[in-house]
Design a binder for this molecule. Structure first.
Ligand code: PGA
Length: 259
């Protein structure tokens, strides 16, 4: 299975020129890793349209979507609108949206359904809740998991990419502490076991489950060396072209060793 590296740019960079340079810099090198990794760039909404012209070997994702298909929802963007701009993935349930924008598990659930109806792949983060500690993670992750998949049938659950994203490991959170590769792998396998209770075990084994705490060029090896970590969701380091490239390259290299 290919590794999946997703760049969550958050509300960055400031200009389309900076965004274009980040994408074109990757595009030039993507052929080196294409067989081993998929790379998805999730820019702010306003850059989706222009970047759709520059992204060819990289894929495009969004950082949010409305749960509604259309109508009176000021400030929202629908799944079908995203599809106009080559968008294939949507990040949902990120800690920052839960914390600062009041996104709840039931909103995430409705947004997953909106994505699936529009044939977009939901990238669903588990592990974000205000004040959650390392010791709370298993109960938090299982609670969020059960809420966000409410009402979904097996074939829909299989289409979700889950991300273990412990809030205490995100670089921009106050007092953040990076997780270890062992911890990330343990929780990825924990999420896989939750999924396996809902769908066939062999299908759960085939799903991509990512890690989404702080990953950068200095610690990437500690995550990439675990074969069950299928990839990463990268925040701050995805805005630095060389740093992000080293993350992609390390996953590609590790996956070559293991194949
Ligand atoms: P970070 O963000 O890489 O800056 O820690 C990760 C995330 O927001 O999931």
């Amino acid at each position: 299975m290919k590794k999946l590296i997703i760049a969550n740019w958050k509300m960055n960079p400031e200009t389309i020129e900076q965004a274009r340079l980040l994408v074109t810099g990757l595009e030039h090198r993507m052929h080196q890793v294409l067989e081993k990794t998929d790379v998805v760039i999730c820019p702010p909404f306003t850059f989706l349209a222009p970047l759709s012209h520059y992204s060819h070997l990289t894929k495009i994702g969004a950082q949010n979507v409305s749960w509604a298909a259309s109508g009176a929802f000021t400030g929202e963007i629908s799944a079908n609108m995203l599809k106009n701009w080559k968008t294939q993935f949507v990040i949902l349930g990120h800690s920052e949206r839960r914390l600062y924008l009041g996104e709840t598990d039931s909103m995430v659930n409705a947004k997953i359904i909106a994505c699936l109806n529009a044939k977009l792949t939901p990238v669903v983060c588990l592990g974000g809740e205000e004040g959650a500690l390392k010791a709370d993670m298993k109960s938090l992750v299982s609670k969020q998991f059960l809420q966000v998949i409410k009402g979904l049938d097996k074939k829909h659950i299989e289409k979700i990419i889950f991300v273990y994203e412990p809030i205490w490991a995100i670089s921009t959170m106050k007092g953040s502490t990076p997780a270890t590769g062992e911890h990330a792998e343990e929780f990825i396998e924990y999420i896989r076991s939750l999924v396996a209770k809902k769908i066939a075990k062999d299908r759960a084994a085939d799903m991509q489950i990512l890690y989404g705490g702080t990953v950068n060029r200095d610690n990437v090896h500690d995550f990439a060396r675990f074969p069950r970590i299928d990839g990463v969701l990268v925040g701050a380091s995805s805005l630095d072209r060389d740093n992000f490239w080293e993350i992609i390259n390390e996953f590609a290299r590790e996956s070559i060793h293991k194949s």
